[in-house]
Design a protein around this ligand. Structure first.
Ligand code: DP6
Length: 362
């Protein structure tokens, strides 16, 4: 075990909390340089960087009651939007198994986990990032009560470390506003184990960037991210792709300093299309884009050319399109989205989000 992992194993607790509850709200995030491919124990095959979002978030309340003795199994009830949800239980079980070494109190309590999302469940927006981040923060909050000396930086770092074990991209959903996860030679302090706040200068233009999420397909995607990540093992282009992600993070460094939006667009759109190119070239191959995803991309390119706008797109592992643009173009881009893009959305639905500053205790 590396020194870092050992650091996250508590030596003992000074307090003894019997019962209580904590609530945290954690945001979703959108990767600019994508995480696609991982090794054992949720170690990313390449570094990634993301904007933390604001409007799309998960709120989780963790109720805890201490048992008289350590339980043989994890003991918890799970409620999603007020209803018991058994199909979420296996994910939480796996998460508890992966994290119990670092949270030795997990079997000491019965938990009730109540969680809800700000965005519609069937929107095709992944809730695993914000969900795992919110739960990890609740658990760290409890650990801080058991160990009041814990400092806040450590608490956030360990929350990110735990969230990663639940879902990789979740480790980028603890803080804001620009988060880097994965060891990179140019970024001191970067780690495969947790996300860090981007440590370099970032131009004003990126401080209030917008992300309007166009809901092209609200259905459940046919291939989960976890399956997709695994298909990068033995993928013919994997090595070049991982190398390219390192290069793109280096290329972004001066872009973030100068606010060079042309170069930003070039990197971000290339990353999105490369992600989907990896899917289309794995064995088995698959396509998550829909015809309307491509319609939107083409319209964005047309509009950018005609109006000299800095609008661009990125994609997650799905058909929805994230439309990114700076604050100073807000009016013109909103107009374009309303008049030119929402016809391609399922039921004309979209979510106006923007860069956010991290999770909050409620
Ligand atoms: C395409 O974090 O959902 O959104 O670690 O298996 O839970 P697991 O995968 P997940 O993968 C997200 C992939 C992505 C790109 C990104 O967010 O960087």
């Amino acid at each position: 075990m590396s020194v870092i992992e050992k650091d996250f194993v508590p030596v003992g607790y000074t307090a003894d909390n019997i019962t209580g509850k904590v609530t945290w709200k954690a945001p979703s995030n959108i990767a600019l340089v994508k995480y696609w491919g991982k090794r054992e124990n949720q170690i990313p095959a390449n570094p990634s960087i993301s904007f933390t979002l604001d409007a799309c978030n998960t709120t989780t309340t963790l109720f805890y009651v201490k048992h008289n003795s350590k339980g043989a199994d994890f003991s918890f009830d799970f409620f999603f939007e007020g209803e018991p949800k058994d199909d979420f239980r296996p994910k939480i079980e796996v998460f508890f198994k992966r994290t119990e070494h670092y949270l030795p109190f997990l079997r000491d309590y019965h938990f009730k986990i109540e969680t809800s999302n700000s965005f519609p469940h069937s929107s095709g927006i992944a809730s695993s990032a914000s969900g795992m981040a919110a739960l990890s923060l609740c658990l760290m909050d409890l650990e801080k009560q058991l160990n009041p000396e814990m400092d806040t930086d450590f608490m956030y770092r360990k929350a990110s470390f735990l969230a990663r074990l639940g879902s990789g991209s979740a480790c980028r959903s603890i803080q804001g506003d620009l988060i880097q996860w994965g060891a990179h030679s140019d970024i001191h302090g970067s780690s495969d184990k947790y996300g860090i706040q981007y440590p370099f200068q970032v131009h004003e233009v990126f401080k209030n960037y917008h992300d309007t999420i166009l809901l092209v397909d609200k259905g459940k995607k046919q291939v989960s991210s976890t399956v997709g990540h695994n298909l990068m093992h033995g993928h013919p282009y994997a090595a070049q792709r991982f190398e390219q992600a390192h290069q793109n993070i280096s290329r972004l460094k001066p872009v973030f300093v100068d606010g060079n939006l042309k170069e930003f667009i070039n990197i971000v759109e290339s990353e999105a299309l490369t992600l989907h190119a990896m899917m289309m070239t794995s064995q088995p191959y698959f396509v998550l884009m829909k015809p309307n995803t491509l319609e939107i991309i083409n319209k964005i390119w047309e509009f950018r050319k005609e109006s000299n706008s800095n609008i661009c797109f990125t994609l997650d592992a799905g058909a929805n399109v994230h439309v990114l643009y700076p604050e100073f173009e807000k009016e013109k881009v909103h107009q374009f989205i309303k008049n030119g893009l929402i016809v391609f959305c399922e039921k004309e639905q979209y979510i106006c989000d923007r860069i956010g500053f991290g999770a909050k205790k409620m």
